[in-house]
Write a new protein. Structure first.
Length: 442
C-alpha cells in the first residue's frame, strides 16, 4: 500500500478488458489522486477496491466475476464499474455485497461510491498529481482515446448499447492531453476509439484554433496536429472509409507511424452482410493496394472472425484467399462466440465448435507463413526500435510495425546499456515466425 500520506485512504484498482476500458481506469485513478486518495497495489490493506469489468464475451465476464469475488474475499469493500454494469443478466451475476455497480465511462458514479464508503479526511488539494494524469501503461507509451461510443450496428457487437453513440472529443481537448503526455516523456501515443475513422462526424467537423493554426475536427487534421509533437503516433480501430487514404501520406512523410489497425472482420460479402458490416473484399483489396502505393512501408494489422453464423465452406475459402492475397503484416483471429444481447444470436446456421477450431487453425497457419515471409524481408534493414524491457543479456523493443502487447517484438543485443523508453537504431539480423532479432548500432 502507498505510504506517501498515511492519513489518506488508499484505493485498490484492477482494470480488465480492452485499452478503451484502460483509459476509463486511468481517468478514475487520476480523479482519485486529484482528490488526495492514494492508490494501492494490493487488495489487502486498501480501504476499498475498484474493479473495472469487461462484459464483451463470456470468458471476459467470467474473469471479471472472479476478480470481483477475489477482491471481496481479500478486502470486502468493492466498487464495480465497466461493461458488466449495463445489461440485466450481467448485473444479476454480480455479488450483492459489492458497494456499488456502474457502467463504462461513469467516473462520477465511481467517485460518488468512493466518497460514500471511504470519505477523505483532509484537504483534497494537498496531494499533487502529474499534469498528464495517472497512467497504467509504462511511462514511455500511452493510449489516448479520441472518441467514445459507436454509430455502427454490427450484429455481433453490443458496444453501442454499452457505450452509446459516437461522441468525439474536441481536437483541442485531445491535443491538450497529448501535449501533457509528450511533456511527461511519453514517446508513443496509441490513438484509440470504437471507430477512429468516424472522429468528428458527430460534431460536424467544426473548425477551431489550436496553437495559432486552424483545424477541423477530422481524423486528418487530428493526425496532422499530433504529428507536430515529434513522438510516435499509432492509429488503432480505423475503418476503411475512403477518406482514410488522405491520412496515409502523413505516414509516408514520417509525421505519424506507417501503421494502421483496420478491423476487416471477414472477406465474404454474404458474411459481412450478415454481420451488418460495410465493405467487400474487392474494395478492401483496392484500399490496401492504394495505401501501399502511397506508403510502401505501411504495416497493416487486422482482426477476423471465423465461424460466424451461416459461414459456409465457400465463405471461409473467400476469407482464406483474401488473406493470401492481402498479405497483411499482423493478424488476429477469433472464433465466433455468442455475446448476450447481440443480434447475431438470433441468426440461423450456428457453426459447430470443432469446425470453428479447424478454420481458425487453417487461417492462423496461413498467417504464420505470411508473417515469416514479411519479417524475412526486414533482415538486413535498420529500424528504429522503442525499448520496452531491458534484461541482463537482451532488450526487448518494438518498431513502427509493432503495437504493444498485440504484435511481435524485436530482441535487441547491444554493447552498451540500453534504457526503457529509449529509441535506438537496430540492424535486423534474424527473423522468426512473429519476432525479429537484431543488434543496436552505436
Amino acid at each position: 500500500m502507498s505510504t506517501e500520506n498515511n492519513k489518506s485512504p488508499a484505493i485498490g484498482m484492477i482494470s480488465l478488458g480492452c485499452p478503451k476500458a484502460l483509459v476509463d481506469s486511468e481517468r478514475i485513478i487520476t480523479q482519485l489522486r486529484s482528490e488526495g486518495y492514494q492508490i494501492s497495489n494490493e487488495y489487502e490493506g486498501a480501504d476499498a477496491v475498484i474493479v473495472n469489468t469487461c462484459g464483451f464475451i463470456d470468458a471476459a465476464k467470467q474473469e471479471s466475476l472472479e476478480a470481483i469475488s477475489e477482491a471481496l474475499d481479500v478486502n470486502g469493500k468493492v466498487i464495480v464499474t465497466g461493461c458488466m454494469g449495463v445489461n440485466e443478466e450481467d448485473l444479476n451475476a454480480i455479488p450483492r455485497d459489492v458497494l456499488s455497480v456502474s457502467g463504462p465511462q461513469d467516473v462520477d458514479s465511481v467517485m460518488q461510491a468512493v466518497h460514500q464508503s471511504v470519505p477523505i479526511k483532509h484537504d483534497p488539494f494537498i496531494e499533487l498529481i502529474p499534469p498528464q494524469g495517472i497512467k497504467l501503461t509504462p511511462k514511455h507509451y500511452a493510449y489516448i482515446k479520441i472518441s467514445e461510443g459507436c454509430n455502427h450496428k454490427c450484429a455481433f457487437c453490443i458496444i453501442p448499447s454499452m457505450r452509446g453513440k459516437l461522441k468525439s472529443r474536441p481536437l483541442y481537448e485531445v491535443m491538450q492531453e497529448a501535449e501533457q503526455l509528450a511533456a511527461a516523456g511519453v514517446k508513443e501515443l496509441l490513438v484509440i476509439s470504437q471507430d477512429t475513422s468516424a472522429y468528428g462526424l458527430d460534431i460536424k467537423h467544426e473548425t477551431q484554433l489550436w496553437r495559432g493554426n486552424v483545424y477541423n475536427n477530422t481524423l486528418l487534421d487530428l493526425c496532422q496536429a499530433l504529428g507536430e509533437l515529434g513522438i510516435w503516433v499509432r492509429l488503432h480501430y480505423v475503418y476503411p472509409y475512403p477518406h482514410v487514404e488522405h491520412v496515409i501520406p502523413l505516414m509516408a512523410e514520417g509525421k505519424i507511424l506507417p501503421y494502421i489497425d483496420v478491423p476487416f472482420q471477414h472477406a465474404s460479402y454474404d458474411v459481412l452482410k450478415r454481420m451488418r458490416r460495410p465493405a467487400s473484399s474487392e474494395r478492401t483489396l483496392e484500399h490496401i493496394q492504394r495505401w501501399r502505393e502511397l506508403c510502401p512501408d505501411i504495416a497493416i494489422r487486422s482482426t477476423f472472425i471465423v465461424g460466424f453464423p451461416g459461414e459456409t465452406d465457400n465463405d471461409f475459402d473467400q476469407l482464406f484467399s483474401f488473406l493470401r492475397e492481402a498479405r497483411l503484416d499482423r493478424v488476429g483471429c477469433f472464433q465466433y462466440s455468442p455475446v448476450e444481447g447481440a443480434q447475431s444470436n438470433k441468426l440461423d446456421g450456428q457453426i459447430d465448435d470443432q469446425l470453428k477450431e479447424e478454420r481458425w487453425h487453417r487461417l492462423m497457419q496461413l498467417q504464420q507463413e505470411i508473417s515469416e515471409d514479411k519479417l524475412e524481408e526486414k533482415v538486413g534493414r535498420t529500424l528504429d526500435v522503442l525499448i520496452d524491457e531491458v534484461n541482463e543479456e537482451v532488450a526487448l523493443g518494438r518498431s513502427y510495425a509493432d503495437a504493444p502487447e498485440i504484435d511481435g517484438v524485436i530482441q535487441v543485443y547491444s554493447n552498451k546499456s540500453l534504457q526503457v523508453g529509449e529509441i535506438v537504431a537496430v540492424e535486423i539480423e534474424e527473423a522468426g515466425e512473429y519476432d525479429l532479432i537484431g543488434s543496436a548500432l552505436s
